[in-house]
Design a protein around this ligand. Structure first.
Ligand code: ADP
Ligand code: MG
Length: 686
């Protein structure tokens, strides 16, 4: 290929090498023998392949409206063709009066069938009695199309490449026992057949093999990273379960732990006793009881002479944790302190001193606890609540606080589907709490149109009269913050008109308020001083008001699934039956209605997360966006769960058996991994 086209390939498709071209996979194949008639084109026809004679070719229009138009004729009708770009080039290469094979997305213009920027090439009849030949069509761009590199023309390049490719130039990278055990197509053959399948079956096998390879290589990497982290990290050892833990467990634990809580606690105990740093992500649905697991882990640290700190994303949440934990620890010989931005200087000094001389054992706070001035005598455990990823920079700051790094437990209530967690967080240790404490009354969720607001308000009133508290949530959308702010204000007025003061008292919280005002309004609702909370999603995370029994979400079609689930988790925390009412406009889109339907159907955060993944794709799931681990070319986390599971098991077994990849059977894999180093933006965690 000439330098000009080579340059275009680099710029448009990032194809620099033969390897890149080989990995530029077709997005479909067409059967050259499948030729339709122009007369068959209907308004609902999507793509079509026809053969006809080029009747006419001319440019019309001026300047930006200039275009090249042509007509293709077969024995059933006439198809209009049009080009808006690359006109000179196309015109030079087409000869009226000759037969062409034309492929493209059909449309109608002035009642006549038309293809804009068709793929067009001289027609060469398929050999009589020849095999059906599946021709690859590749992703291309407008710029490439007009330079003679449309989806089919790229096939000429791959054809040349593959016909010259020798099996030794594309060595197997999956160990032979796995290839044989799982009956995978070999790597060379798979690459040939993904481009030029010998049959539909061959194509499937090639696809399966390449998807497996993608998952497998990613999983091997993650497992190696995790292993290296385990090996490289020395850490404090919590060797025993001592008196503090046991006394609390026997005397002050307010309830029987759920099976899931016990299991996770055991995982944490094993982890922290090993002499390597724990780096565990704990996923538990809203209300699954993560806080008590955190507390028991802190007691375990105390038993071994270590201090703990617990970080919450907001001041309110930190206060709630502090209050809850202090109550539970009232009779215990451990000191706990609250450290947030608003703690006064004198108290702050006392706390800093206490942490330094180990008279304070637990500190609960906001990000203030990892500021450099906060120094510990003996920090052994850090708990991060309600955050997906505890950033690398923050982690580094923790390391600076101790000679040996403390154990880290990150807790999140935004469930992530298992498949996603396996790939996005596969390098972390991972625990799931998929069980709610017994006796919870499930929240009833219903959908109402905004037109039914009056009856919704009537219902709210009956709940208020029973002494319950109510949330009204308004969306806050970044792009139109002004608009949603006005919505919120209007909503506030509306709520006020239904529930006038002084009989009813209303708190309002939103992101534009100064922090102290926000805190005050929130605190009034928490204490029961106000019965109604009008708010944007700022209350989303972690807040616990057990007396709140109804949440009305306005314009709920504007929220994503996991956000709705998080919001809903603010009710149903007490002993009363709770309700979530999702209001939408009657014009809500089909997708939005689908989300609302799912919300009404289930309270299970993991099921909701699965649906979210299906509806939105992995790239959009919160917290996983930057994860290089999700960039798969062929494999899909939604559709290929089975293959992922297979790949994960195989990778785990392999790394366990041969962590250095020293065995002969793993040599090629090792070479492959080394040759690929730096190609993926793998985000290191610790
Ligand atoms: P989350 O996982 O959302 O942080 P919390 O830790 O706030 O959940 O717990 C939610 C509620 O459930 C709290 O009121 C807590 O006391 C209660 N709880 C936790 N574990 C149990 C249990 N095993 N049995 C009964 N109630 C529990
Ligand atoms: Mg919590």
């Amino acid at each position: 290929m000439g330098p000009l086209r080579a340059d275009m390939l680099k710029k448009e498709l990032e194809i620099f090498t033969f390897g890149d071209l080989l990995n530029h996979f077709p997005n479909r194949h067409i059967d050259k023998t499948q030729i339709s008639k122009i007369g068959e084109i209907r308004p609902e026809t999507e793509f079509i392949q026809v053969v006809g004679t080029l009747m006419y070719l001319d440019t019309i229009g001026e300047k930006r409206g200039r275009r090249l138009v042509a007509q293709l004729k077969d024995d059933t009708g006439i198809l209009e063709l049009a080009w808006f770009q690359g006109i000179t080039w196309v015109q030079k290469n087409l000869v009226p009066g000759t037969k062409y094979l034309v492929f493209g997305r059909t449309g109608f213009f002035n009642g006549k069938p038309q293809i804009v920027h068709p793929e067009i090439e001289s027609f060469v009849p398929a050999k009589a009695g020849g095999q059906a030949f599946l021709e690859p069509v590749y992703p291309s761009t407008e710029k490439l199309k007009v330079r003679g590199l449309n989806g089919r023309q790229i096939g000429k390049l791959t054809y040349t490449l593959i016909s010259q490719l020798h099996p030794d130039e594309l060595m197997e990278n999956i160990p032979a026992p796995i290839v044989q055990g799982l009956k995978l197509m070999d790597r060379y053959e798979a690459h040939c057949q993904i481009h030029y399948p010998k049959s539909a079956k061959g194509f499937e096998a090639a696809m399966h093999r390449l998807k497996f390879e993608e998952f497998f290589i990613a999983q091997v990497r993650l497992n190696l990273t995790r292993l290296q982290r385990h090996r490289a990290s020395r850490a404090v050892v919590f060797e025993k379960v001592g008196e503090i833990f046991n006394e609390f467990y026997a005397k002050y634990l307010p309830f029987e732990l759920t099976g899931a809580q016990k299991r996770v606690l055991k995982e944490i105990r094993t982890d922290t006793a090993r002499g390597r740093q724990m780096n565990r992500l704990l996923q538990g649905d809203v209300g699954s009881g993560k806080t008590i697991v955190a507390l028991l882990s802190m007691l375990l640290a105390a038993d071994n002479g270590f201090q703990s700190c617990m970080m919450a994303p907001t001041e309110i949440l930190a206060q709630q944790h502090y209050k809850g934990l202090s109550d539970l620890l009232k009779e215990m010989p451990v000191e706990i302190a609250l450290l947030t931005g608003s703690i006064k200087t004198k108290e702050r000094k006392r706390i800093l001193q206490g942490l330094l001389d180990d008279t304070i054992h637990f500190v609960v706070g906001t990000h203030a606890v990892i500021e450099d001035v906060v120094q510990f005598k003996n920090l052994g455990l850090v708990i991060v609540d309600e955050q997906h990823r505890f950033g690398v920079a923050q982690r580094a700051r923790l390391w600076a606080k101790a000679t040996l790094p403390p154990h880290v437990l990150v807790m999140t209530a935004t469930p992530i589907p298992r498949t996603l967690a396996m790939t996005a967080y596969g390098d972390l240790d991972y625990s799931v709490m998929d069980e709610l404490p017994p006796g919870r009354i499930p929240i009833t969720t219903v959908h109402r149109f905004e037109t039914a607001r009056a009856s919704v308000m009537d219902f709210v009133k009956t709940e208020l009269e029973k002494g319950r508290q109510i949330y009204f949530i308004y969306p806050l959308i970044e792009e139109s913050e002004k608009l949603s702010f006005e919505d919120l204000m209007q909503g506030y007025e509306q709520v006020k008109s239904f529930f006038p003061e002084p009989k009813y008292r209303i708190s309002m919280v939103h992101g534009r308020q100064p922090a102290d005002q926000k805190e005050t309004n929130m605190a009034r609702f928490v204490s029961g001083d106000t019965q109604i909370m009008v708010s944007t999603t700022v209350i989303e995370v972690g807040v616990n008001v057990p007396n709140a029994s109804v949440m009305v979400i306005e314009s709920s079609e504007k929220f994503g699934l996991s956000q709705l689930h998080q919001l809903r988790g603010r009710v149903g925390r007490g002993s009363e039956k709770s309700f979530c009412i999702l209001l939408t406009s009657v014009k809500a889109s089909k997708e939005a209605r689908e989300r609302i339907k799912i919300m009404c159907a289930t309270n299970d955060g993991f099921k909701i997360a699965e649906k979210d993944l299906e509806l939105r794709g992995p790239g959009d799931i919160e917290g996983t966006r930057q994860s290089g681990a999700l960039n798969f070319k062929l494999a899909s986390l939604v559709n290929d769960k089975g293959i992922l599971e297979q790949a994960r098991l195989a990778a785990e077994k392999l790394v366990e058996e041969d962590p250095e990849l020293l065995l002969a059977k793993n040599l090629q894999l090792k070479n492959y991994l080394q040759s690929q180093k730096g190609k993926n933006g793998w985000s290191k965690i610790s």
